[in-house]
Design a protein around this ligand. Structure first.
Ligand SMILES: [Zn+2]
Length: 432
């Protein structure tokens, strides 16, 4: 009775109710779609943000409804099979089985930089590896599938009929590096590699300006139809920021050990100097201390190096000057931004180095100023601070990758390699 009554009452509005329902459904759908898109772009942004940390799980795909996860992994410097498998949350026995399988295979003795690995994991109940694939070369990979009794993996060699092509691209950055590169038809994987190479010295969120430009030479692998199936290594890269070239050359400095070096044979893995001054004595370390002028106990957020007035102070790493002015208690001070993670501060300077001002790019070791006693200071010294993700840290306990510099025979081989790449570059440029 009652239902009938209601029915009769809402009947004139029924199309209206349907319309509201429809609007609700559509807005829910768009919400989830947008959210998903947002998530994806956030993942990309995070990859760029984390380049300093060298996160190399290039892709982890897992549908919410699916019981399987697939993982694409790209080998980074110093990787071992052990640390790669330890990065995946599966039981110990599974890790053991993987390592046993891999060490038994003679094709897989060496892990190379940028080599690709793929895992498919069944995450139901206790997670286990269903199959994994290891790239031996761009033309050959080995697929391991679980045997029926589950106890071993059976391997199969897959030959890929791909042609290697060396590609040259150059572009002026308009909106962002990513957009510019995508418009030039550069594959996202190459852009991420490029950003990772420069992550030690450039903050991609802030240091890139309109009309900055880049050049890049990299490998592409095409199938018989000429379609790009995979991308390989970057061979050469140049990022021109406000008329400064930052060039990087790929170089195999030891058998199977590849890294990127600038034109002077210095590794792109930039480090910060612990002591950015020569012939100085550490006079006050980081930590709580009684302030020599203010008198009360205060946290000393830097390290002091006593040196005679006028001693040159060096930039402790490559970077961008973000401050070069009087800053109260710190006297004449300079602040350098090295990348999205690290900044350094140098205080109490008597004067600034030649050309040192806000917005200028400096190289590691370049003189940025001279020791003085300006600001709140009892005598000539350098107050040096390292800021990590916005927090002041103890510079003397800083752990950073070693900034390798090629010397001797390696340096000679690098010079030859560099000339070859420069020749290749001019050939590729003349073709366009
Ligand atoms: Zn100090």
């Amino acid at each position: 009775m009652l239902i009938k009554k209601i029915n009769r009452k809402i009947k004139p509005f029924s199309h209206f109710i349907w319309l509201i329902l429809l609007i609700l459904i559509v807005s829910f759908a768009t919400y989830f779609f947008d959210n998903n898109k947002k998530k994806q772009s956030e993942i990309f942004k995070k990859t760029l943000d984390n380049i300093y940390l060298q996160k190399t799980f290039t892709k982890i795909t897992s549908g919410l409804e699916s019981r399987f996860i697939t993982i694409d992994y790209k080998v980074k410097q110093g990787d071992t099979y052990e640390n790669i498998i330890n990065g995946i949350s599966i039981p110990k026995a599974e890790k053991k089985l993987f390592l046993k399988t891999v060490t038994k295979n003679n094709n897989l003795k060496i892990l190379k930089l940028n080599q690709n690995l793929y895992f498919k994991i069944d995450k139901r109940n206790t997670p286990r590896i269903l199959e994994f694939k290891i790239e031996v070369s761009k033309k050959k990979e080995i697929l391991f599938t679980r045997s029926i009794d589950e106890k071993i993996f059976i391997s199969k060699i897959i030959e890929k009929n791909l042609d290697k092509v060396i590609t040259y691209k150059e572009g002026k950055i308009t909106t962002s590096l990513y957009n510019t590169a995508i418009n030039l038809n550069i594959k996202p994987g190459v852009i991420v590699d490029f950003a990772r190479l420069y992550g030690f010295q450039v903050d991609f969120q802030r240091d890139i300006w309109k009309n900055d430009s880049f050049q890049i030479i990299y490998e592409e692998f095409k199938n018989l139809e000429g379609k790009v199936i995979e991308t390989g290594d970057i061979i050469y890269a140049n990022l021109n920021l406000q008329d400064n070239d930052i060039q990087l050359y790929k170089f195999e400095y030891e058998k199977n050990k590849i890294d990127y070096f600038d034109e002077n044979g210095k590794s792109m893995r930039k480090t910060l100097m612990k002591t950015p001054i020569n012939g100085a004595r550490l006079s006050s370390s980081y930590g709580k201390r009684k302030h020599p002028i203010l008198g009360f106990t205060k946290m000393h957020t830097g390290t002091d190096f006593a040196a005679s007035s006028g001693t040159p102070i060096m930039a402790s790493g490559d970077g961008l000057i973000v401050r070069a002015k009087w800053c109260g208690g710190g006297g004449n001070c300079v602040k350098i931004k090295h990348n999205s993670v690290y900044q350094t501060v140098y205080a109490h300077m008597s004067k600034f180095g030649r050309g040192i001002k806000k917005g200028v790019r400096v190289k590691q070791g370049q003189i940025i100023g001279y020791v003085g006693s300006t600001g709140l200071s009892t005598g000539p010294h350098l107050h040096y601070e390292v800021i990590e993700n916005g927090k002041k840290i103890n510079s003397q306990k800083l752990k950073l990758p070693s900034g390798k510099i090629l010397k001797g025979k390696q340096r000679k081989l690098f010079e030859v390699n560099k000339i070859k790449i420069d020749v290749l570059k001019s050939e590729l440029i003349s073709k366009i």
